[in-house]
Design a protein around this ligand. Sequence first.
Ligand code: ASP
Length: 322
Amino acid sequence: MTKRIIVLTTGGTIAMAEGENRGVLPRDPSALQETLPLLKRYADTRMEHLFNKPSPHITPGDMHAIAVEVKRQLDLGMDGVVITHGTDTLEETAYFLDLVIDSEKPVVVTGAMRSQNELGSDGPYNLVNAVRTAAHDQARGKGTLVVFNDEVHQAKTVTKTHTSNVATFQSPGLGPLGLITKKDIIFYREVTRDRPFPLEMPRANVALVKTAAGMDGSLIEWAVRSGVDGLVIEGLGQGNLPPAMLPAIRTAIDKGIPVVMVSRCYNGFVQDTYGYEGGGRHLRETGVIFSNGINGQKARIKLMLALNVTRDPEVLRSWFDM
Ligand code: ASP
């Protein structure tokens, strides 16, 4: 049976063109409708334009608006939804959708690294592959997927790894979930999904702080003073910090601000290995919550959604620990 797929456009390079001496700029999003005859070869496809933003302009509120529309379309009977999005923050929107869309139906996010009038523009090709994926039986039950450059990635694991290469989206340490060939899509790995969160506007203000050698706690102190609701720290190695950051971490935890630790390494786990001052064991004893399987920007999205539900540190820990 022909699948019904809706494409929701939100902007990004896929909806842009290069102007003479003016840089790459958004175009009228209806230009994307030129791809519809191609898309209709693979599914009964419609297209709606939600907004037309470069993805550095996308906010958690926009992610919520996209999710509400995705849910509405699925409830209306669509078999799958494709979202076109700028690549810079695509992984955050994709993970937001993964956490709040509690459906077996495929939700697929795609975009382009080259604008519509650039040589080798990858937008139409990615869009066709995204529709093919959304219409594929085996894409069901895998949560939100990201389709780029002949590969299917899980929203949870994918990250933008290159500023300009069309093969920018990778899942470090794991690789893609599936490969797109001319004839079919081959899925060769199972997914583990996070618990779903209620589809609510993320209200919490969560700061993301990257750690470097010799840093002190002044950025964290400033964040606490300015009323932040949660902190995500991209720590060193297996989840360690320079000792000068510790007093500020303790202050945050004492004030009931959850502190979630991920690693600035893009492979491997954070764990309580080291017992020295600022080592993972020491931090865990201080009350830091360790998170695995997601990078800093995604831990921030998850903490925002989690803080809509609870501030209880033990419940939060159970949602982040793997
Ligand atoms: N800066 C653009 C954006 O994220 C990049 C892209 O779409 O590829 O909107």
